[in-house]
Design a protein around this ligand. Structure first.
Ligand code: LP5
Ligand code: MN
Length: 237
């Protein structure tokens, strides 16, 4: 059967072997049979850089390598937790890194793919933070630090900003409808697929459809696109 699979917000970490096991099962038994796999960001809980040579980092990369070697095209859009996935990761895995907004043709229907963080325009503190950490010169500098220093820096920053998120209202952390409409119009498409908000749903509006992928905190979540349409499905741990 023709199908294209979408996943996001797995937040893979060595601390959650249950998520990793579900992901490995998904890759080996399900993704192996699909036309293409799209990862729409936050695959990792945090990715400190392509120099991460931990057993865990290598294991996840090996799963993608096996899939692409088997002839399944894999694509990746950065999330807010894995914006440091880079060219070395892509080379090692055979995964194609896409721009932050990518239009794909799915069996004749065009769809705009993105992580979803940039749609939350009310979250101005996050967007300012994002702008900072996306500066190429800062990433260049950060990538040259030893791995253990990068890990320390990341956990320090994570600690420092944890409070900030706790004080945000839920609606601030959801997409801004006007922004959704604008991005669809900009790309002249009527379908958008994203993750990030962890509020899986299919929203149908007069100006288009917005599919939100689910996270992998308590189960696997997969967006399945076939020539007959889209379904959001769960996979038990
Ligand atoms: O993913 P989720 O749902 O938990 O939260 C996101 C937003 N949070 C983040 C933070 C990352 O998860 C962790 C960042 C670690 C940073 C390491 C940087 C290493 C340096 C790299 C240099 C190249 O993405 C959260 C959103 C939420 O989604 C919903 O959309 O609200 O945003 C925040 O909480 C961000 C705060 O609001 C920003 C606070 C400003 C603090 C300024 C610190 C400056 C640090 C500068 C770093 C160079
Ligand atoms: Mn995210």
């Amino acid at each position: 059967m023709q199908k294209t699979l979408f996943i996001s917000d797995l937040h893979l970490t060595p601390k959650r072997p249950d998520i990793t096991d579900c992901f490995v099962r998904f890759m080996r038994t399900e993704a192996i049979d699909c036309d293409a796999l799209y990862v729409l960001g936050d695959l990792f809980d945090f990715w400190v850089g392509d120099d991460d040579d931990s057993e865990f980092a290598l294991k996840i990369q090996a799963e993608f390598r096996q899939l692409t070697l088997a002839g399944v095209p894999c694509y990746f859009i950065h999330g807010n937790r894995d914006f440091l996935v880079g060219r070395r990761f892509a080379r090692r895995t055979g995964v194609t890194l896409l721009a932050e907004e990518h239009v794909v043709d799915l069996y004749g229907q065009k769809a705009l793919l993105l992580h979803g963080d940039t749609l939350c325009t009310q979250d101005v503190r996050y967007l300012a933070f994002r702008k900072k950490v996306h500066q190429p010169w800062l990433q260049w500098l950060f990538n040259r630090l030893p791995l253990f220093i990068k890990r320390k820096l990341v956990s320090k920053i994570q600690q420092d900003i944890r409070q900030d998120k706790q004080h945000k209202a839920m609606e601030i952390m959801d997409v801004t409808p006007d922004e959704v409409q604008q991005r669809l119009q900009h790309h002249s498409v009527s379908l958008m697929i994203h993750g990030h908000t962890h509020r899986p749903d299919i929203h149908r509006h007069s100006y288009g459809t917005r599919v939100v992928l689910g996270d992998w905190y308590e189960q696997g979540s997969v967006g399945v696109f076939t020539p007959n349409g889209f379904t959001l499905e769960k996979r038990a741990f």
